[in-house]
Write a protein that binds this ligand. Structure first.
Ligand code: HEC
Length: 109
């Protein structure tokens, strides 16, 4: 419910695959929650709750991609500091619950 209310799905997609309508316009793309290896800030409740509190600021980046043109869409993820700590932890648990362990196994070296 919190996931839907706070618009997470518009970027991360309804199933957390990083394929929401807004997410498709972003660079870097929103995290695919199935892809634990891609998490930059840790994959536990505390780490994810902290990410939600601070947001992710994507620096005005060095050029990416073949054209070398920086995208004006680079903005990372907004912070959700208006939520309570408990709400952020609930969201973190939800994010973790979207993860499919079978797929993680397939990604282990
Ligand atoms: C405006 C689009 C947008 C919205 C809305 C959004 N995110 Fe994100 N999120 C991103 C992007 C982009 C990244 C990846 C940034 C990067 O790669 O540096 C990201 C990354 C993450 C990560 C991974 C952090 C890590 O350790 O790498 C988590 C967890 C996350 N989002 C959870 C959420 C949750 C929960 C919500 C709703 C409360 C939410 N996001 C809403 C765009 C969004």
């Amino acid at each position: 419910m919190l996931y839907a209310e706070n618009g997470c799905a518009s970027c991360h997609g309804p199933a957390g695959r990083g394929d929401g309508p807004v997410g498709q316009t972003l660079d870097p793309r929103p995290r695919d929650f199935q892809d634990v290896a891609a998490f930059k800030r840790g994959f536990d409740v505390e780490a994810i709750a902290r990410t939600l509190a601070t947001g992710i600021l994507v620096p005005a980046a060095p050029a990416r991609g073949a054209t070398g043109a920086p995208s004006h869409h680079q903005q990372g993820m907004p912070k959700f500091d208006h939520l309570s700590e408990v709400e952020r932890q609930s969201l973190a648990l939800y994010v973790i619950s979207l993860h499919d362990p079978a797929r993680q196994g397939a990604r282990q070296p």
